[in-house]
Design a protein around this ligand. Structure first.
Ligand SMILES: Cc1cc2nc3c(=O)[nH]c(=O)nc-3n(C[C@H](O)[C@H](O)[C@H](O)COP(=O)(O)OP(=O)(O)OC[C@H]3O[C@@H](n4cnc5c(N)ncnc54)[C@H](O)[C@@H]3O)c2cc1C
Length: 403
């Protein structure tokens, strides 16, 4: 472990894998350290994979990536206790290659992505936790791991260690994460025969459906639910802002919220007969534009959830993670080529590239959305109730425009 690398990447989720792959493919010496038993073993996502971010890194990923179903139909439901009002958008355009989004199971997907990282030439070490960054004055020069003699050095350390980035906090790059900037989500995977899924959702072969939901299911808390079709399983979950869970007078627990959601008369039949084999809970950084911290400095860059790069309005995180990972690696590659060192000045191109990408442009566009929803809890109480009541009592009038 005493060797020196060009780049050390901490974490093997989508952001870390994108960074390690891009840097290794360009010929840099890369060490990637992951605390899980294998990449993906600790990772949680819905999960929808938006193809374009990965396409820019591995253009032919469709040839061998473990993809579950391509999404051809998107449903949006506003739920009351007993009913829902919804929109369904389905298009055969989504059945024409190249398909633009897929459901995935992260444990398999991250493992596959990591195999590409190794093929590109990076050294990947699992079951190893990075305890802290090594500093020479204010320059990050490496990391210390929980292995004997576990000090290892690099010109640049890329922090891809996820939402609760203890390393950035310990080094003073981040303040403590605030509960108003993170959502707590729980999800389950229910297995059932492929034919059952295809009959229930009116799809065939590798076609899939996603349902995004909000309304009374979150007990007045700011949050959403989701249900995604995989090949032979269904993922179902719900998440709300952590500060709302804390302040909620009913003290609703996340798992109780999910149980209630699964029992909803419109959701229960979709899950009936399935065998639940996986349950997990995870934080999602949903503070948006205003919560993005400083993301580079002397010898370090922050990517993915660790930098708060999630667009909650679009329900996207993994593609922002992969794009930020790629841009950080490209910055390290350019700094190495320039040969002028790895101080903040040489790594500032990372922030400029982020600002120029969809990542910061989208986060900026939706910068006020978290507050709009948070300050107007009627989106999760009164409005769903009114819409559903109107549909029930005035079914024709609300859907027909008067001449
Ligand atoms: C329930 C849920 C549903 C979601 N659904 C979607 C979706 O449908 N579509 C979408 O695009 N996004 C979704 N997201 C968001 C998406 O999962 C994240 O944005 C994405 O995983 C971020 O990737 P990352 O690589 O930055 O972090 P992570 O995937 O969290 O990876 C961080 C890695 O770092 C490792 N690590 C942490 N600390 C250390 C350490 N000290 N030493 C070594 N290793 C360490 C961890 O073990 C982990 O492997 C969802 C998130 C959740 C929780």
């Amino acid at each position: 472990m005493s060797e020196k690398f060009d780049v050390i990447v901490v974490g093997a989720g989508p952001s870390g894998n994108a960074a390690a792959y891009t840097a290794a493919k360009a010929g840099l010496s890369v060490l990637q350290i992951e605390r899980g038993e294998y990449p993906g073993s600790k990772n949680v996502q819905g999960a929808i994979l938006y193809a374009n971010a990965l396409e820019q890194i591995i253009p032919d990923f469709r040839d061998d990536a473990p993809l579950e179903r391509r999404i051809i139909e998107q449903r949006m439901w506003v739920l009351d206790e007993q009913s829902f009002v919804g929109t369904h958008f389905r298009s055969d355009d989504y059945n024409k290659p190249p398909y633009n989004r897929y459901t995935i199971i992260r444990a398999q997907f991250d493992k596959w992505f990591s195999s590409k990282v190794k093929e590109a030439g990076a050294l990947v070490i699992c079951e190893t936790t990075v305890d802290c960054l090594l500093l020479d004055g204010d320059q990050v020069v490496g990391v210390r791991c929980d292995r004997q003699g576990g000090e290892v050095y690099a010109d640049v350390v890329i922090l891809a260690d996820g939402v609760n980035s203890t390393l950035a906090r310990k080094a003073g790059f981040h303040p403590e994460i605030q509960s108003k900037n993170v959502a707590l989500a729980v999800k389950e995977i229910h297995f059932m025969p492929q034919e059952t899924i295809e009959a229930r959702f009116n799809v065939k072969d590798e076609e899939g459906v996603v349902i995004e939901m909000f309304g009374k299911i979150t007990d007045g808390l700011m949050g959403t639910g989701f249900l995604y079709t995989n090949r032979d399983s269904i993922t179902v979950g719900v998440g709300c802002m952590l500060s709302d869970f804390k302040a909620n007078p009913n003290r609703t627990a996340p798992y109780a919220m999910l149980e209630k959601m699964k029992a909803h008369p419109s959701i229960a039949p979709l899950l009936a007969g399935g065998e639940m084999k996986e349950y997990c809970a995870h934080l999602i950084p949903e503070g948006g534009f205003h919560a993005v911290p400083k993301v580079f400095g002397n010898g370090w860059m922050i990517v993915g959830d660790s930098g708060g790069f999630v667009n909650a309005t679009h329900r996207e995180g993994s593609n922002l993670a992969m794009t930020t990972g790629r841009l950080a690696a490209e910055t390290a590659i350019a700094a190495k080529a320039a040969g002028k060192g790895f101080k903040a000045k040489q790594l500032a191109g990372y922030k400029a590239a982020l600002d120029d990408s969809f990542v910061m442009k989208d986060l900026h566009k939706y910068r006020d959305m978290p507050n709009v929803f948070h300050d107007n809890s009627q989106f999760f109480t009164t409005y769903p109730e009114l819409v559903n009541r109107a549909a029930q009592t005035e079914p024709v009038r609300i859907f027909v425009f008067e001449a």
